[in-house]
Design a protein around this ligand. Structure first.
Ligand code: URA
Length: 251
């Protein structure tokens, strides 16, 4: 790939385009062992060697991170009021990272953060039916045929019913909750849900349609990518080459 030297340096963490123009003009940048003062020259990212203040630059076109999103952080790149998921990725020097898809502010779990627009498009494209699996803690009294209703498609108030989804109830227990009417006995279900769409509040609205309220939601997987359970909420790691290849091969 050929890109301008100023973009190459900005993408490698040397500051904004105007910062790196100054850096280049100061004579601190060598390309193939020659001082270069024109930040507009084209760099071949595979074959050219760029050295800044004596250190070789390692250029990476794409970065891929798995974040265990904590509750309370919003799925965006920048925000005036709230902390964003991209701000949690401290080790990246890149300025063009973005989250692939959305999780609600109170949802935890797997979020892919990258600057690979093609992979993101492929994972989010409705035609690809990429599977996403969630752990959901639900209170209420679920309809007896909730599982069938999930698999047949549910009316959640949109133009079309949802696509077939899988509901697995892992456990049911009794729970006491207090609300404005006093103390109530309800059931608490621990469930796993698999959906292939990404509608707004989809899992929460699907449970509402069958008599439940989601109290806790965590994404466990997306396509072939499975949340690394060693990551505490707020922690992240780079994807392995195998994980990246797995995502690319299935989309
Ligand atoms: N469904 C929801 O309701 N919320 C999410 O964050 C993800 C899926």
């Amino acid at each position: 790939m050929n890109i301008r030297l100023d973009k190459y340096l900005a993408d490698s963490g040397f500051g904004t385009r105007s910062n790196v123009k100054l850096l280049v003009r100061s004579g601190s940048v060598l390309v193939n062992n020659k001082i270069v003062k024109d930040a507009g020259i084209k760099i071949n990212t595979e074959t050219d060697e760029v050295i800044v203040k004596g250190e070789k630059v390692c250029f990476e076109e794409f970065e891929y991170y798995m974040l265990n999103k904590p509750a309370g952080v919003i799925t965006a790149t920048r925000d005036k009021n709230d902390r964003t998921v991209v701000e949690l990725i401290k080790s990246s020097k890149r300025r063009d990272l973005f989250p692939v898809g959305r999780l609600d502010k109170d949802t935890e779990g797997l979020l892919l953060i990258t600057n690979d627009g093609k992979l993101s498009y492929d994972l989010l494209s409705p035609g690809k039916h990429v599977a996403k699996r969630y752990l959901a803690h639900v209170t209420g009294e679920l309809m007896e045929n909730a599982g069938e209703m999930f698999s047949e498609g549910l009316d959640i108030g949109d133009d079309k019913p949802t696509k077939p989804a899988k509901l697995t109830i892992l456990s049911v227990s009794d729970k006491q909750i207090s609300d404005e009417d006093g103390i109530k006995n309800v059931k608490e279900y621990v469930t796993e849900v698999e959906i292939t769409e990404g509608r707004y509040h989809q899992v929460k609205r699907m449970f509402e349609a069958v008599g439940g309220k989601v109290d806790y939601l965590k994404r466990l997987s997306m396509a072939s990518l499975v949340l690394d359970e060693a990551l505490a909420p707020g922690e992240y790691r780079r994807l392995t080459d195998e994980e990246v290849a797995g995502l690319k091969s299935k989309t």
